[in-house]
Write a protein that binds this ligand. Structure first.
Ligand code: PLP
Ligand code: COI
Length: 353
């Protein structure tokens, strides 16, 4: 791809102080158009600005869209690095297939991410726990009110210097196991990273927040019995010395952090299991004192310890209000590889330049 770059003449002030998540945007963005018959064309980096779309654009009406999430880090050597960006490129195409969005070559996806991060690399924050969050997304832009596949799309990448996803950083969060609403079913689009899945999650999230819980843990959409994933992360349990996580069954997102955590645990010789886990099994393990740790994994959430799980009238308190030993080791290892303070034996770090 030959990417045309137009730089801003009015760069913004960089943020000072504590960074939240996802509210501040950098000086530039990547844009590329798709037209049926012509394919992807006109890749360009332009100053960050509002965009103009027809109110009839199909994305506004039927939600044909996808998004990804990854991060850029300032390495210990001062250079900018990405973490497994090819996995985001591959997942983009799995999502695109499900939503009838045209395929985007993985090399083009990675090139576009690298190019825009390189232009705005001074925006990568360096305080502990901070990074440059990267949000690639594709929207259907054809102005048409019929339910159909759009003939035109826009692929964009925006960048946001960010701190911890949860306000309290590594403090264990409380999670609400939802027993009424469901998020996805097999054959649906749970495995895809598309806005509709998140829109479907809001009502339960509001309910959980009102009760003082940070996020929702979804159960399977058929029996409402088996654990799936959390609103913005995959979920892991340490039960009686084993690391257990729900298997990929089509209705949960195949997280890149999830995959990395499984590989790390296996490399440490820990027994891991990807399988169905029922809520009853968790309640039982908790009663027997075998539910040792619970944590979520995600790009935004990194490794996020869970201190409390609510299911109907039961509240399971996990650990002693502090992050568990394995969760802490995983957090230190994943962030150490990302920042280059630990050796990257898996080849997961990718330099931007
Ligand atoms: N599950 C959901 C619903 C998510 O939104 C995310 C975040 O991307 C994840 C899991 C974790 O995926 P990853 O580790 O690739 O960021
Ligand atoms: C990410 O972790 O990258 C995500 O996409 C989570 C997001 C829904 C905030």
């Amino acid at each position: 791809m030959d990417i045309k770059i137009t730089k801003t003449t009015t760069p913004k002030e960089k943020p000072q102080g504590k960074l939240g998540f996802g509210r501040i945007f950098t000086d530039h963005m990547f844009v590329m158009d798709y037209t049926r018959g012509k394919g992807w064309h006109d890749p360009r980096i332009v100053p960050y600005e509002d965009i103009t779309l027809s109110p009839a654009s199909m994305v506004f009406h039927y939600g044909q869209e996808m998004f990804e999430g990854l991060k850029a880090y300032r390495g210990a050597d001062g250079k900018a690095y990405l973490f497994r960006p090819d996995m985001n490129g591959k997942r983009t195409n799995d999502t695109n297939d499900r939503l009838c969005i045209p395929q985007l070559p993985v090399e083009d996806f990675v090139q576009a991410v690298k190019a825009v991060v390189e232009v705005d690399q001074d925006w990568i924050p360096t305080d502990p726990g901070t990074s440059l969050y990267i949000r690639p997304f594709i929207i259907a832009t054809e102005p048409f009110l019929g339910v159909d596949v759009s003939e035109t799309f826009l692929f964009m990448i925006i960048l946001s210097p960010s701190g911890a996803y949860y306000e309290n950083g590594l403090e264990p969060v409380g999670i609400w196991i939802e027993d009424d609403y469901v998020r996805a079913v097999r054959g649906g689009m749970g495995f895809a990273k598309t806005g509709g899945n998140y829109a479907a999650s809001l009502a339960a999230q509001v309910k959980a927040h009102d009760d003082g819980y940070s996020q929702v843990l979804w159960l399977d959409g058929v029996e409402r019995k088996y654990i799936e994933e959390v609103g913005a992360m995959n979920i892991f349990f340490k039960i009686d010395g084993k690391v257990v996580t729900p298997m990929l069954n089509g209705s949960i997102l195949p997280g890149i952090t999830r995959n990395s955590v499984l590989e790390l645990c296996r490399s440490w010789g820990l027994p891991t299991e990807e399988r169905r886990i029922s809520v009853d099994e968790l309640l039982q393990a908790q009663k027997e004192g075998k539910l040792e740790e619970v944590f979520g994994t995600g790009t935004a959430a990194v490794i996020s310890p869970v201190g409390k799980l609510r299911y109907k009238d039961d509240v399971m308190v996990i650990g002693d209000g502090k992050i568990g030993e394995l969760s802490q080791k995983l957090y230190d290892t994943v962030t150490g590889i990302q920042l280059g303070t630990l050796e990257d034996t898996f080849g997961w770090r990718v330099p931007v330049e």
